[in-house]
Design a protein around this ligand. Structure first.
Ligand SMILES: Nc1nc2c(ncn2[C@@H]2O[C@H](COP(=O)(O)OP(=O)(O)OP(=O)(O)O)[C@@H](O)[C@H]2O)c(=O)[nH]1
Length: 260
């Protein structure tokens, strides 16, 4: 059965306030029960208030914790984005730096370091080429070009020769600037005969090249020393023999090829 507490309370209050029951023996007991009931309700209310404010406090705490967590998450995302961005820039700068370190800035050909790397690679045990030649190309009387026409024109001649040589060779032949007025040509898979005919083609093209600088026109030539890989060769010994052959070509009158 459902108890109607409001009606019950109203009944009790009516009895307690009615002077008719003032001397009734049950009135005092009812009065004390009523007092106890009120105290109980006060306690329940206090506990409820406490519990409500505790819940509020916990919710506030949760809210502020979650706001702080979100803020930290956003900061972390921002830092990650910045770090990713810097890593990309750093990677790009590294690869540009690597490129620069391996390229000759004047002719934009591979530099000596890069050519040494490529040549050393051919000396590794897993290299596929059974035959291999290198050619050392040196511009004849280059000092005279500098002396007569100036250093800038000397530079332009080196650039033009580098371009001409690169245009003549196929992709598997590598041309690099060895230093000063010297170029190195790596001829993988080519024997001395094949290398000689390719380098002869190059020598003739250079000899026939008319270089125009304003009203000045000049021609030049190159001397070339070729060496072919021999059993037991090292990078150094192969290059030294190409250098020796170049020296012979120079001493025989320049603008020619010598083999070793
Ligand atoms: N313009 C210019 N000149 C350079 C560069 N590198 C080296 N040289 C010059 O190249 C010249 C080389 O002179 P030499 O070694 O006497 O050679 P050469 O005059 O070609 O004589 P042979 O090789 O014997 O025919 C020097 O005058 C160097 O200053 C460069 O990057 N630019």
């Amino acid at each position: 059965m459902k108890i109607d507490f409001s009606a019950l309370e109203e009944d009790v209050v009516n009895i307690l306030e009615n002077p008719e029951y003032d001397n009734h023996p049950a009135r005092e007991v009812l009065g004390r029960l009523w007092e106890m009931n009120l105290n109980q309700w006060n306690r329940v209310e206090r506990i409820t208030r406490l519990s409500d404010s505790y819940q509020d406090m916990m919710m506030q705490r949760e809210k502020s914790l979650s706001a702080r967590f979100d803020k930290h998450l956003r900061q972390l995302e921002k830092i990650t984005r910045i770090s990713d961005h810097y890593q990309r820039i750093l990677k790009q700068m590294n690869s540009e730096l690597e490129q620069t370190a391996l390229m000759d800035p004047l002719t934009e050909l591979p530099n000596r370091r890069m050519m040494m790397k490529r040549l050393s690679h051919e000396f590794e045990p897993n290299s596929q080429h059974k035959v291999y030649c290198v050619a050392m190309v040196d511009v004849d009387h280059f000092k005279l070009i500098n002396d007569q026409h100036g250093h800038q024109i000397g530079d332009d001649v080196l650039v033009a020769l580098g371009q001409l040589m690169s245009n003549i060779v196929a992709e598997d032949v590598h041309i690099g600037r060895w230093g000063g007025e010297e170029f190195l040509v790596l001829l993988p898979g080519k024997d001395q005969g094949e290398s000689q005919s390719l380098m002869e083609q190059m020598r003739i093209a250079i000899e026939q090249l008319a270089l125009n600088f304003g009203d000045k026109q000049l021609t030049t030539s190159v001397s070339i020393g070729i060496s072919q890989y021999r059993q037991g060769d090292t990078v150094d010994s192969l290059l030294t023999r190409a250098d020796d052959a170049l020296y012979v070509a120079k001493s025989l009158g320049r603008n020619q090829i010598s083999l070793d």
